[in-house]
Design a protein. Sequence first.
Length: 205
Amino acid sequence: MPERHQPARELVLATHNPHKVAEFGAIVTATRPDLILVGYDGPEPVEDGVSFVENALIKARAAATHTGRTAFADDSGICVDVLGGSPGIFSAYWAGHAKDPVANLHLLLDQISDIADPHRGAHFVSVIAMVTPGGSEHVVEGVWPGRIAPAARGAGGFGYDPIFIPDGQDPAAERTVGEWTDAEKSVVSHRARAFRELAPLLAGL
């Protein structure tokens, strides 16, 4: 089936998560202000992949098929060293299928409560998949290293942001991502890093 006409510079974001919509809106504005981010109100596919890559592709393929436009999807999570990389792809469901971000955060803190600070290493991962209606697919990844704080701090961001301390800060003034502004996060986050890898592939839009 031939690809339907796609208005110039429009890119569908395959998510119903308002936090991701807001975050990617800031990232796109900072990275590719010539692009127009289009919301997605189609059906949510079952994310039954066993990796970030598989789940990102599932979502992007579904959105591209439903809308007839080029679509991209992010699958992301936090990976904790002493937990063997968990929660990983199960980050949103770590405390159960209710997808309660507060419960997820507190369960993770409890699980590593006896681990000393030097051994609380962790990183955020974002895998972005871009799919065209014609079936072309591209996958990129962004990684944001850091460690888990002993307690939640800050009301900004979402998910595990209040317990994640990114590397590279002044040790005397370290903040969790929950204490960062949205503008700060949009420049260096795992999603920002992944989108910068994707940006050169968008030249044909």
